[in-house]
Design a protein around this ligand. Structure first.
Ligand SMILES: [Fe+2]
Length: 310
């Protein structure tokens, strides 16, 4: 883009970036890459192993996910099903599928790096999420740096502190080790301690590393973009969590140190790497099957099918 992507950057955001939640306005929609037409065309050619179609329960305190498939529907039909149903489609790693999104992703992070002294990002990813009216994402925490960019529709985002009791060290370690999905224990009273943001078209949020969050759509279809990134600090945090997770779950120790600099980081990174090489952690504790197909003519936008492995 010739214009800046972030429209209202202020000096304060330099100090807040990556540490606290910042809400900014952006110009992503002006690229034309996120119109319904563009997204329908993407879905039409999207590799099967790079998207997720999901439906979810209505109670935000009980996590109920189901995984589905596009099952031969056109992109336009999928968007119609999402617009009236209770599902979402998440196109993961769009930058690996279409070079226009890769260029945009590079522009986004070049801009952040030009504005935040010392920021050096890598392994950036860009996903597109089209989600139904009132759809929700349950309470969870992510491993890399996260930003949520709203293109169409409105959603409410709850961001919680990345400390106990909202995020326990053992939970983060399990997430990093791949022993559990990003879902973690949630209590309704956590909301009393959440930052609550309503975001609409042209607004984005970036929050502190690993901050748990949950999202509830307003009564309208939503188009959102998610970006992830890594930095040396994020990689070190990952290594320490991984190392601590091995100590706790495999060796029965109670790790205390969470230093993100110095020799213990290298020791834990080495432990994590050795563990991965031994492939002792290959068994994933969770496997989800496909049990519905998208159907624009069904009231919830999908039809149940006999479960099968993805
Ligand atoms: Fe997330």
């Amino acid at each position: 883009m010739t214009q800046e992507i972030i429209a209202d950057w202020q000096d304060r955001h330099r100090d807040l970036f990556g540490k606290h939640t910042i809400k900014l306005t952006h110009r992503l929609a002006e690229t034309g890459l996120f119109s319904m037409h563009a997204i329908a065309a993407l879905i039409d050619a999207y590799p099967e192993d790079m998207y997720n179609v999901t439906t979810m329960g209505r109670d935000h305190t009980r996590k109920q996910w189901r995984e589905g498939a596009v099952a031969g529907n056109t992109g336009a039909d999928v968007i119609e099903a999402v617009s009236k149903g209770r599902i979402w489609i998440n196109l993961r790693k769009v930058m690996d599928v279409d070079p226009r999104y890769d260029r945009l992703l590079k522009d986004i992070f070049a801009e952040f790096e030009s504005r935040v002294p010392g920021l050096k990002t890598y392994r950036q990813t860009l996903g597109i999420l089209v989600s139904s009216p009132n759809a929700q994402v349950y309470y969870h925490a992510d491993i890399p740096g996260q930003s949520l960019w709203q293109i169409a529709g409105r959603k409410r985002v709850y961001v919680y502190p990345n400390t106990e009791p909202f995020l326990r060290p053992a939970d983060m370690e399990s997430i990093v080790m791949g022993l559990q999905e990003e879902d973690i224990d949630y209590e309704p009273w956590f909301d009393d301690y959440a930052e609550v943001y309503d975001i609409g078209p042209g607004e984005m949020l970036h929050w502190g590393l690993n901050c748990p969050h949950r999202v509830v759509n307003a009564d309208c279809v939503n188009v959102s973009v998610t970006t992830e990134h890594w930095t040396d600090a994020i990689r070190n945090s990952y290594a320490v969590n991984y190392g601590n997770g091995i100590l706790r779950t495999r060796l029965g120790m109670m790790p205390r140190r969470h230093d993100l600099k110095g020799p213990s980081v290298y020791a834990k990174a080495g432990l994590a790497l050795a563990w991965k090489k031994l492939r002792l952690n290959r068994k994933r504790a969770f496997v989800r099957e496909i049990d519905f197909h998208v159907d624009p003519n069904a009231p919830e936008g999908f039809q149940d099918v006999k479960p099968y492995a993805k």
